[in-house]
Design a protein around this ligand. Structure first.
Ligand code: ADP
Length: 604
């Protein structure tokens, strides 16, 4: 509960206003109870004083108020006649309900920005966290889980916990007020009512307990359903290409059916709650009617008092229901909040050391010293005992079959992952001792898939850089051989890449990412060449852009193109995480072995 309060701290003032409004609202409701009594007295033409049961003459504040009210009305009836008095009572009723509902609205009015603010803050913190967490955190399974936490769980926190704020501030007062009145009217009757409520509360509570467990299960199940859907969307090309629609469809339907079945079970149980509680409620009312009416018959209580008692009882039922629903909600919401908080508390394993060194420039070179790396949860090392040097200004190419460890090796350099053994030095300093921001600022990354964002061409090139001039962007685009096709787009540099109709070819997308790297002009380049086949024309243009990018740069290239491999200063041949061959193109060719095979495959 206390953890929850933290989230409301920025909204203290609004919250206070809402609570005060709620208090006033409850006050009006409680006051409406004794007002009903004089109305009934007038209706049944009974004298005012008779309403007070003689057994309880101790003057409580509440009672004094009630007596004052009924005494006042008795006077009113005497002096102004029944009709006039009736008008007054009705007017008073209208007034109290006007007050009640006015403050009810006001409290909601103040709460609206609070609840939306709390949820907004939570979402923002989630994204900050996602951006901060190391790449190793995001396996495919976790991405689905993350999506569900960011949407469903945050929604859950929203709908459950915030509603509770209303209830917690309001219902207890209404309940206490009504209880006080009932206690004053007839303690026995109240005792009865409470016993009955307790009983029905227990029955309903049991249903709620099972519901809670099942809805947790459902949340997990929904995650699975969306994970399969996401996979389907991401893999549409492959699914269709392999004629695997039926297969994928079956997978989805299986998960979906399980989810639906669970929801049905939950739904049935939940639907049971309302009829059952209505029935239990009417049983309670019947018992109270029976008991109370007997008291009226025997003259222990007047009919108006009894009816007012029933009204007070009725006033308790709804708030009590809401309060118990609120406690259920709190637990459900806390569950969701816990899942969100677990993510927020996830340790950021890759972060700056306390005394991280700033880096201004890149002077000598990069060196991998006996580096080994194993993915978390993996059984074997993805890289084993890798030693290599990339002197400044040289290009080192990584080649090897898929799964050999090329991307893993490249990911270690910007510290997307940290080495398990050994170390990586930049100008002789372990990269773990450098400021991550500075380290990454030295590097430009061009990935295999051209990652573009739903934004303008200009922003996709400037990506992450602030205050870049249009001239610089254009120069980078020209150097990447992208200027021409960009100007041919409907809105030139302002064309939104995400918009329909602006479909870029694979080669064009690549040239945009190359322009992005050129604009940054980083001393070190990590290049994962695209394997996707381009037509020879765009291949040539892309290659020209790449050559431009590689000029005067230190580069680690995951090489798929023969041209890049041939011009590399050193070629590292990886196989199952180990370096098996290294050297220049010609000498490696003469050695034969894996390299020769790879080149032979490429030349096809
Ligand atoms: P390449 O780039 O040469 O195709 P990778 O570096 O992607 O090879 O993969 C090297 C090895 O590490 C492979 O055996 C692959 O299955 C494994 N691997 C890659 N990424 C992960 C990951 N996130 N978690 C666990 N294992 C991984």
């Amino acid at each position: 509960m206390l953890r929850l309060l933290r989230y409301f701290r920025p909204y203290k003032r609004l919250l206070l206003l809402a609570v005060v409004s709620n208090l006033l609202m409850s006050l009006f409701l409680v006051v409406s109870i004794p007002v009903l009594q004089p109305f009934l007295q007038i209706l049944f033409d009974l004298p005012g004083k008779a309403a007070a049961p003689p057994a309880l003459q101790a003057a409580t504040g509440f009672r004094a108020l009630e007596q004052a009210v009924s005494g006042y009305f008795a006077d009113l009836v005497r002096t102004q006649g029944r009709e006039r008095a009736l008008l007054w009572v009705c007017g008073l009723l209208v007034f109290t309900f006007l007050g009640k509902n006015l403050f009810r609205y006001l409290s909601l009015y103040f709460l609206a920005p609070v609840r939306n603010g709390v949820v907004r803050d939570l979402r923002n913190r989630l994204v900050v966290k996602i951006l901060e967490l190391p790449l190793s955190y995001f396996s495919e399974a976790r991405k689905g889980d993350l999506m569900s936490r960011a949407s469903a769980d945050v929604q859950e926190v929203d709908s459950s916990i915030i509603g509770v704020v209303e209830s917690v501030a309001r219902e207890p007062i209404i309940i206490l007020g009504s209880l006080a009145f009932m206690l004053y009217v007839s303690p026995t009757l109240l005792g009865f009512a409470l016993l009955l409520m307790l009983f029905s509360g227990l029955v309903i509570g049991r249903i709620g307990l099972a519901l809670r467990r099942q809805s947790r299960e459902a949340q997990g199940n929904l995650g699975m359903v969306s994970a399969v859907l996401e996979e389907t969307l991401g893999g549409l090309r492959i699914i269709k290409g392999f004629n695997a629609q039926r297969w994928q469809q079956a997978r989805y339907e299986r998960e979906n059916a399980r989810y639906a079945a669970l929801l049905t079970r939950i739904g049935r149980r939940r639907d049971l709650a309302s009829p059952l509680s209505e029935f239990l409620g009417i049983v309670a009312v019947a018992v109270i009617l029976w008991f109370g009416a007997r008291q009226v018959f025997s003259g222990e209580m007047t009919a108006p008092t009894f009816i007012t008692f029933l009204y007070a009882f009725y006033n308790i039922i709804e708030p009590a229901k809401r309060l118990s629903a609120a406690s259920y909600s709190i637990r459900k919401g806390l569950g969701a909040l816990e899942r969100v908080e677990a993510l927020l508390a996830e340790p950021v394993s890759i972060r700056d050391q306390e005394d991280a060194q700033p880096v201004q420039a890149f002077r000598e070179g990069i060196e991998f010293q006996r580096v080994s790396f194993r993915y978390p949860n993996a059984e074997t090392d993805a890289l084993r005992d890798i030693s290599l040097a990339i002197p400044k200004g040289k290009v080192v190419a990584l080649v090897g079959a898929s799964g050999a460890g090329k991307s893993t090796l490249a990911d270690l350099l910007p510290r997307f992952y940290d080495v398990t053994e050994g170390r990586i030095l930049l100008d002789g300093v372990d990269i773990r001792r450098l400021r991550i921001r500075d380290l990454r600022a030295l590097m430009g990354i061009v990935s295999q898939e051209a990652i573009l964002f739903n934004d303008t061409v200009r922003n996709n090139i400037a990506f992450g850089l602030e205050g870049v001039s249009d001239a610089d962007i254009e120069a980078a685009a020209r150097a990447a051989h992208a200027h021409e096709f960009i100007t041919a787009l409907p809105h030139g540099y302002d064309t939104n890449i995400g918009e329909r109709g602006t479909k870029l070819s694979g080669g064009q997308r690549q040239r945009l990412t190359i322009a992005r790297a050129l604009l940054r002009n980083p001393p070190i380049l990590i290049l994962d060449e695209a394997t996707s086949a381009l037509d020879s024309e765009s291949e040539k243009v892309v290659q020209a852009a790449l050559n431009r990018l590689l000029q005067n740069r230190t580069a680690l290239v995951i090489a798929h193109r023969l041209s890049t491999v041939q011009h590399a200063d050193e070629i590292i041949v990886l196989d199952q995480g180990r370096i098996v061959q290294r050297g220049k193109h010609e000498s490696l060719l003469q050695q034969g072995g894996i390299y020769q095979n790879l080149v032979a495959l490429q030349a096809l």
